[in-house]
Ligand binder design. Sequence first.
Ligand code: NAD
Ligand code: UGA
Length: 456
Amino acid sequence: MNVSIIGTGYVGLVTGACLADIGNHVFCLDVDPRKIAILKDGGIPIYEPGLEGVVQSNVEAGRLDFSTDIQASVAHGDIQFIAVGTPPDEDGSADLQYVLAAARNIGRYMESFKVVVDKSTVPVGTADKVTAVIQEELDKRGRGDLGFSVVSNPEFLKEGAAVDDFMRPDRIVIGVSGDDNGRRALASMRELYAPFNRNHERTRVMDVRSAEFTKYAANAMLATRISFMNELANLADRVGADIEAVRQGIGSDPRIGYSFLYAGTGYGGSCFPKDIQALTRIARENGQTLRVLESVEAVNDEQKTVLTDKVFARFGKDLSQHCFALWGLAFKPNTDDMREAPSRVVISALLRAGARIVAHDPIAVEETRRVLALDFADAPQLLDRISYAKSPMAAVEGADALIIVTEWKAYRSPNLERLKTTMKSPVVFDGRNLYEPAIMTSAGVIYHGIGRNSLH
Ligand code: NAD
Ligand code: UGA
């Protein structure tokens, strides 16, 4: 099939490359000429394991093309995916300007029936807005006769595992209207996704609004589990229990399950924070307060300071005589994404308390420099006190304590003897509960996890 993807970011590039990989002819459009130039040059503008290979092989096979030419993109795809950003507005609601600009371009240039797919995460009712904008453009051109249908097909991939998630989805949610154009669109969507359903039907067909809602509900549920466990972890620290034992104890109940119950320094990333805000905003606009979700967000904001609270409790509020090693900067492993990363809150608190930091991250250092320049626009001189080490062990040299914010694989089994002799004092604040407290303690390390303060 001929497919166009509007917006060649994380979701658009993964969607485009993976749909090309199963034999479709895909045209990826972006308004950012820098991104398109990198892709045309054979590179990829984001760090995502496995993606570069899929992109390159499909470009070579002639099934994947990149361009900034809007008219050519609209002409190419019978199916037009909208995969542009939906960042939070000042009031927390999703900013739909990019989605509606993409819709307007489709209406402006289409010459035949189009299936228009909302892949971006959007509030309930957005498909109606997209429909209205396209129709308005068609009417302006006197081409109101051209048919189209807007489908909601939200994306559930995770950064760092995006290609795998796309190729092996848990479910494919398709929201369509019940009219003739909707049925025609559903037939196209079923044909497009047929290769993903070979051994097992994964498609969930529903009405458009329910599909839009499903995406927010999924992220809200996952974020709720995390904040719930973080709150319990803080209580475990007070009462002398081990949250990791508790996780295993409750996770063995299949109604609960083990995953997404890891306590830590709070969730970050480009999606949970903005989607929770957007959903609570949608509720308020509709006369309802989502009390659970508003608490999920508040708990998460506070959780990002739990590590530094522990640091202050040990070293005092004035850290000008102290140097800290920081392992992990990205909001999670296998990405260089720093959006809403808890490390930014940790760095800000430490530098503003006068500390020095030597940080390590396998790939997010460049991105960290970029975002910290913005975070410290009010006090750029403080950035002289953070430097970046080439290896985890180089970062801990002479440090008063090691703080772990992201659970990169490279941090899983440190040489504890070397750690002790390299550091000024062997204190570890583990924001991702990477280590067993008993093993650390018996090795002579002073260990602070999140909710791991059991009394045995
Ligand atoms: P992104 O910022 O990485 O990419 C968006 C791209 O769209 C940018 O390259 C931008 O230049 C381009 N763009 C903006 N307006 C355009 C226009 N009118 N025409 C063409 N291109 C345009 O964003 P993302 O992370 O890919 O997220 C896209 C959407 O998918 C969001 O709604 C997000 O919530 C959702 N989502 C993201 C993830 C994820 O892991 N990143 C997962 C699931 C869903
Ligand atoms: C998340 C969802 O997992 C995807 O299904 C969804 O498509 C995506 O948002 C989106 O809508 O964009 P992502 O943000 O890439 O994906 O990363 P996650 O693996 O979900 O992690 C999010 C944050 O939660 C990270 O900061 C991670 O450290 C934290 N987390 C995760 C925990 O603190 N504890 C856990 O048990 C799991």
